[in-house]
Each structure stands twice: as structure tokens, then as C-alpha cells.
Design a protein around this ligand. Structure first.
Ligand code: GLY
Length: 393
């Protein structure tokens, strides 16, 4: 739990604004959309999370937690370009979520929100499709059963598997499905569960100094707290960059639904911790334990997710709020670097965003592209293009 007052250690990095012009954003959007159109014949195909040698393999909508982001890329591309092929491909993908839900393939865990929000909820929000609304509400009900009554959080896995008695930073991006379902259905139970989950995220996953654990384990029998650990970070006590960014975006989404002011302090702590540990080009190394000159691989996806979160939070802060200025400047500087250093300009390579590290300890996707990197980079571009953009989350 955050207990220290976290100061901004390198204020000069964030005190001055940077000019992001509409022509700069438009040019980056054109590059990204053209890359998707070059692969027009593969638009309806799903992918694994990460590329191998910068190539996406083909997948069905089967086991992955990232499938929803495949569809989300298509919805974003349609909103950005108006090209009918993106709409048609998204609609074709949506059909595959019904049998997946029926069979519960890869759905006995906390990732149900990641899968159904940027895809099926987005379909309902964009096209008004009632069958997608019903499917998304059923998915929210399913997610809400992955629940620890004793502690009050969405567990990592359903059933009695010991590793399922964990909360993860990643789960904060699944909570929007519950928040959406609570609002859409009028059933407060979803909202109460979401609030309890994000409060327990602050209690167990956020450390005193604003850094975060990746996982926090509870005893499978007693559900007493055991301790923090990592799966994708450098060590149990380090701070995995992308995991941390899931809170930099997850809390503003929660705030957009609940306007719970208690979020603002934990958000400042978590965000300042990120900003204090960015190198001079604003693209984090894959774990925030690594600093300038470490030579470690970057994780550009953590920057893209954070840009979306910072821009979302800025919508709710007053103009005179000093945090708003810092968050906005940080978002702009990260975005500028993403476009200048990480946008994929190589026609031989798949992926919109390069220099993403998927899971270094597992040897997967190191300095590659990943579908979540592509999704959040595109969402960030759309947020710059249209500040009134209506979130899928
Ligand atoms: N499992 C979520 C992630 O890799 O970020």
C-alpha cells in the first residue's frame, strides 16, 4: 500500500510542454493504417500475443488473452480511416466470440475483460449491436464468478488451482468489463466488485514507494495474504514496466466510472514512480529497475498503455491542477518518442509498434511487436486525433 509521499525526481523532464501537431499525428496514423491495409488479406485472422522475428503467426480466436485486442485494432482502424474493410473484418471476428464463450475456451480466468471489452463491448458501443450487448453482459457475469468472497478481488483463475488465488496488476484492465456491465445493466453488484478489486489492488499490489508487484499470492486454504511475486518482471521485488502501466491506465478507467477521489492519490504515486524511472527518451526498459544506459530491451507497449491512461486521467483534472500539467507533458513526450523511435516503418516487419518486450523471463517476444502494443499505440493516436473519442473500456 502506498504510504510514502512520492516526489517527482526529475521535474525538468515533465515541466515543459512539447508541441504535438495534428500533422505529426496524421502522418503517424497514415503509416499505421497503410501497414494494416498492406496486410488486408489477413485482417480477419487472429494472432498470438507477440511476433516472432517481427512476424505474426495466424491463430483462431481460441485460447489467447489478447484476442480482443486483435478485434480492437480493427475497430480503431475503422474509426481512424473510415475504411469499410476494417468494419467488415471486425464484424467477421465478432462472430467467433459467441462459440468461444459457449465453450469457455481460455475463459476460466481473469482475462475475460481483456478479451470481451475492446471487441464485443466496442461493437455494441460503436454499432449498437444488441447480440454483442447480451454476449458482453454474459461475459461480465462469468468474470464476476472468478471472485474471492473473503478478500474481495477477481482471482487469477477459477477453480481450486493454488496459483489461481492471486491478484495481478494485469487484472485492472479486466475490471472495466464489470464497471461497464454495472452501468449498462443497472446491477450494482458488478460495480461493487470492481471497486473492491481496485481497492485491493492498491492494498496488495502497490508498494509503499508507488512501485508495484506483478502478482500477489493468497493462501489457497485460508485466503490469508502470502506475498508479492513476479512472472514477467526481473524479480519479485522489481517493478515490471507493462504490468505497472496496466495501473497507469486501469485507474483512470475506473475513475471515469466511479469518480472515486481516493483513486487520485494512488494514481499519483504509481504514475510518479513510472515517470521517475523513465530514461531520457521516455520509453521504459522492460522492467523499471533498469535505468539509463542499462542496454536492456525496451517495452514500448508500456509507454503506449501509459499514454492512454495519462490522457484519460487529464480529462478529469482541473486546468490549474499541477498533476494535470505533468501527466499531459509526460503523455506528449512519450507519444513523440513512440512515433519517432518505435513506429514500425519496415515493410518486411509485421506490427505497428516495434521495441515491445512480451515476456523476457520466458524468452518470448524480446524487442518485437505485440498485438497489445499495436492496439494501445493506435488507441493513443486516436486519442490525439479526437480528444472526445469514446472509450471502448
Ligand atoms: N498478461 C498481460 C501482459 O502480458 O501484459
Amino acid at each position: 500500500m502506498l504510504t510514502e509521499k512520492i516526489e517527482l525526481l526529475k521535474p525538468n523532464m515533465y515541466k515543459t510542454p512539447v508541441n504535438i501537431t495534428s500533422s505529426f499525428i496524421d502522418a503517424a496514423i497514415e503509416v499505421a493504417i497503410n501497414k494494416l491495409l498492406e496486410n488486408r488479406d489477413r485482417l480477419t485472422t487472429f494472432t498470438p500475443p507477440e511476433t516472432i522475428n517481427y512476424k505474426y503467426e495466424k491463430r483462431d480466436n481460441d485460447v489467447e488473452w489478447t484476442s480482443g485486442l486483435n478485434t480492437g485494432v480493427l475497430w480503431l482502424a475503422w474509426e481512424l480511416s473510415g475504411e469499410r474493410c476494417f468494419y467488415d473484418a471486425a464484424k467477421a471476428q465478432i462472430k467467433t466470440y459467441f462459440p468461444r464463450f459457449e465453450k469457455k475456451t481460455g475463459l476460466m480466468n481473469h482475462d475475460v475483460g481483456f478479451i470481451f471489452t475492446p471487441s464485443v463491448v466496442a461493437d455494441y458501443k460503436l454499432t449498437g449491436d444488441r447480440s454483442s450487448r447480451e454476449l458482453a453482459l454474459a461475459a461480465a457475469e462469468h468474470l464476476s464468478t472468478c471472485w474471492s468472497e473473503k478478500v474481495g478481488y477477481v482471482r487469477r483463475g477459477m477453480g481450486t488451482w493454488p496459483g489461481g488465488y492471486r491478484t495481478l496488476v494485469d487484472t485492472m484492465m479486466n475490471i472495466p468489463l464489470l464497471l461497464w456491465a454495472g452501468k449498462e445493466s443497472g446491477n450494482d453488484e458488478y460495480t461493487k466488485k470492481a471497486i473492491s478489486h481496485y481497492n485491493n489492488t492498491a492494498k496488495y499490489l502497490v508498494r509503499a514507494d508507488g512501485s508495484t508487484y506483478h502478482h500477489f499470492q493468497f493462501d489457497p486454504q485460508t485466503e490469508e495474504p502470502v506475498g508479492g511475486l513476479t512472472l514477467q518482471g526481473f524479480s519479485d521485488e522489481s517493478c515490471w514496466s507493462r504490468g505497472h502501466s496496466w495501473l497507469v491506465y486501469g485507474y483512470p478507467i475506473a475513475y471515469s466510472y466511479t469518480k472515486d477521489e481516493s483513486i487520485l492519490d494512488v494514481y499519483r504515486g504509481v504514475t510518479y514512480h513510472l515517470l521517475n524511472n523513465l530514461p531520457s527518451d521516455y520509453i521504459p526498459y522492460w522492467d523499471l529497475i533498469f535505468g539509463e544506459g542499462s542496454g536492456q530491451p525496451r517495452d514500448a507497449s508500456a509507454a503506449a498503455v501509459s499514454v492512454c491512461g495519462l490522457l484519460e486521467m487529464c480529462k478529469y483534472l482541473d486546468d490549474g491542477d499541477s498533476d494535470k500539467e505533468i501527466y499531459r507533458n509526460a503523455a506528449d513526450k512519450m507519444m513523440k518518442s513512440l512515433i519517432q523511435k518505435c513506429a514500425n516503418l519496415d515493410s518486411e516487419r509485421d506490427g505497428l509498434l516495434a521495441h515491445v518486450t512480451h515476456a523476457l523471463p520466458q524468452g518470448r517476444g524480446i524487442d518485437e511487436s505485440a498485438i497489445y502494443g499495436d492496439y494501445f499505440y493506435l488507441e493513443a493516436l486516436l486519442r490525439y486525433k479526437n480528444p472526445d473519442w469514446k472509450m471502448y473500456w
